[in-house]
Design a protein around this ligand. Structure first.
Ligand code: F6R
Length: 242
């Protein structure tokens, strides 16, 4: 695992955008796995700025989702499909045709989950998976105690994660209780994992993931198992490291 400490979130966004630009130069139709939440926004802004400035051609890139709320109606502005279309797909000049994600509106969530694992494999696997980290160490929505070998499936959000995500909704009551998330085993199949963490609130989770023992209690510690994992953190998120 490579750990890179950057001065701030913007620098982290630029660094990771450069890694993605390098990947797209080598493989224009790379499958890029994206995360939602606040942390990756500087990456998406840096990529969009490069596309606008004609210094990045992302026109053949393919995008896939890490996770999705269960039960939000199709087109809900906070469904992760809507967020990824708004923050990534449209700014990069792509269309929905270049995008795959799990169906959080499916009646049969278990079938939708395994369908998604199959769709990722059929697409050739994820070339670079962006990850954020929860204050409890989750990646995707694999909360503590998730199996390190887990596949895409339904998970129940912890109360802490619902509280953390309530800022995107009008009230805590509106935050769904369930999600479909790529499993830790699914995530580990991506060829390159890039986790960005910024801010002091992530410092403890980062320290446990990077320096602590491999543990299902800290799902992000699974990155220690991956042959090509890069953890990009700002100084505040690095403040818990020895
Ligand atoms: C979102 C996701 C989550 C977030 C994490 C951090 O798709 O997979 O693991 O990355 O909850 O969220 P932020 O960046 O909002 O602190």
């Amino acid at each position: 695992m490579e750990v890179v400490i950057v001065p701030d979130a913007e620098a982290g966004g630029e660094l990771i955008a450069s890694a993605i630009a390098g990947l797209l130069a080598r493989k224009p139709d790379a499958l890029l796995g994206v995360a939602t939440g606040s942390t990756p926004l500087p990456i998406y802004q840096a990529l969009a700025a490069r596309v606008r400035a004609n210094t990045l051609d992302a026109s053949r890139a393919r995008i896939c989702q890490l996770d999705e709320y269960v039960g939000l109606p199709k087109g809900h502005p906070e469904s992760y499909r809507s967020v990824v279309l708004r923050e990534v797909v449209e700014p990069l000049g792509l269309t929905e045709a270049s995008f795959i994600g799990p169906d959080g509106t499916a009646e049969d969530v278990a079938a939708a989950s395994s369908d998604y694992d199959r769709a990722l494999a059929a697409a050739g696997g994820v070339d670079l998976q962006l990850l954020g980290i929860g204050t409890d160490g989750h990646i995707g929505f694999n909360e503590p105690c998730s199996s390190l070998a887990s596949r895409t499936r339904i998970k129940t959000l912890t109360q802490q994660t619902r509280v953390d995500n309530a800022r995107f909704f009008d009230s805590l009551d509106e935050v769904p209780h369930h999600v479909i998330t790529q499993g830790i085993g699914t995530i580990l199949e991506a060829r390159h994992l890039v986790l960005l963490a910024t801010g002091e609130a992530k410092a403890e989770a980062v320290a446990l993931s990077v320096e602590g023992p491999l543990s299902a209690m800290v799902p992000a510690s699974a990155l220690q198992l991956h042959p090509h994992a890069t953890v990009v953190i700002d100084e505040a998120a690095a403040s818990g490291l020895k």
